[in-house]
Design a protein around this ligand. Structure first.
Ligand code: SF4
Length: 339
């Protein structure tokens, strides 16, 4: 179906032209973009399947997380939970343990809650429209549209950060959220909506890069209003630096860990080495770096002389792989080869 008023018309680029002209622009855009995608898309495991469970899992894992970090987690997660029913039946601690290293643990909890809902209320079958997917825990507008278009072929645009950047450059200006989604919807290929959405995002991830778009390689550069020449209105917030200390105590195959309170806003219920305050730490055994969102941490790990003075438990190294560890705890335990 042809949109009643295309984005190209909205921005006035073809004022006075008739609808068929707009349609042909849309068709040209789609065919160029999809041909490029067919030949250049990265070979990623979640692109081999249209199974809604796998599409959903990859979309949740990829939120605010690099593809390289997701690849191994995706493989291990699917091996452990090959179906939504298996995931729904798992203990939360097991789900969090497998999520460890991806960060933003609320996603894992929402994922688990959504799996239970799909199993309990939908007989293990995912709802097939973006509107009904949107009702599941942890599924926002973008994720609902991505799953609906990729798994079920619903002609609905999905706009993530990459697609938003491409659209703003294509249309030559900063648009509000509503206009951006309308523009995406107008350009969407109705025959292959899932591929079209992925193609737009892939273009943003590999060609229309934030700092230096590779316009010479862009399949739709002829239709682009800016060719990368759009002034930036927002700058990434500056990274802040912090030094933090943790205590390490080991004894014959065990390590002393403590569990974060369930009331913590960050990583509630996850396990970590006991954090130390200013007067508790001595000479560092070793240091490492760790980044969370806009903070770069310099992490100093000190011998913990009196672990019993801290709340916590001795944990056997054989239990560590199944324990929901913070990403930093996992990093430290790998460094000392307990994981
Ligand atoms: Fe992005 Fe350049 Fe392509 Fe425009 S021409 S969409 S700025 S890569």
């Amino acid at each position: 179906m042809i949109p009643r008023k295309t984005a190209v018309q909205r921005r006035g680029a073809i004022d006075g032209e008739n609808l068929s002209r707009a349609v042909s622009i849309q068709h040209y855009f789609s065919s160029r973009l999809l041909a490029w995608y067919d030949g250049h898309a990265r070979d990623l495991p979640w692109r081999k399947s249209r199974d809604p469970y796998r599409v959903w899992l990859s979309e949740i894992m990829l939120q605010q997380t690099r593809v390289a970090a997701v690849l191994e987690h995706y493989r291990v997660f699917l091996k452990k939970f090959p179906t939504v029913e298996k995931l729904a039946a798992a203990r939360e601690a097991t789900v969090l343990a497998l999520w460890s290293g991806l960060g933003y643990y609320r996603r894992a909890r929402m994922l688990h809650a959504a799996a239970k809902k799909v199993t309990r209320e939908h007989g293990g079958r995912f709802p097939e429209t973006s509107l009904s997917l949107h009702q599941l825990p942890g599924i926002g507008r973008y994720t609902a549209a991505a799953i609906a278009s990729i798994a079920f072929g619903e002609p609905v645009a999905a706009v993530d950060g990459n697609a938003e950047r491409v659209l703003s450059r294509l249309f030559g200006g900063h648009h509000d959220e509503r206009a951006t989604w309308e523009n995406a919807q107008d350009l969407l290929d109705r025959e292959r909506p899932g591929d079209a959405n992925q193609a737009m995002m892939e273009l943003g991830a590999t060609v229309c890069l934030p700092r230096e778009p590779k316009c010479l390689l862009c399949p739709v550069s002829e239709l682009c209003a800016t060719r990368g020449d759009l002034p930036r209105i927002s700058k990434a917030p500056p990274q802040t630096k912090r030094v933090i200390h943790f205590g390490l105590a080991r004894r014959s195959g065990e390590v002393f860990l403590q569990q974060r309170s369930s009331k913590e806003s960050l990583m509630p219920g996850m396990w970590e080495l006991p954090p130390l305050t200013g007067d508790q730490h001595g000479q560092a055994l070793f240091s490492l770096r760790h980044s969370i969102t806009i903070t770069d941490y310099s992490v100093r790990v000190t011998e913990l002389a009196f672990p019993d003075e801290h709340a916590g438990n001795w944990i056997a190294s054989s239990r560590l792989p199944a324990l929901p560890l913070t990403g930093l705890a996992r990093k430290i335990l790998r460094k000392i080869e307990m994981l």
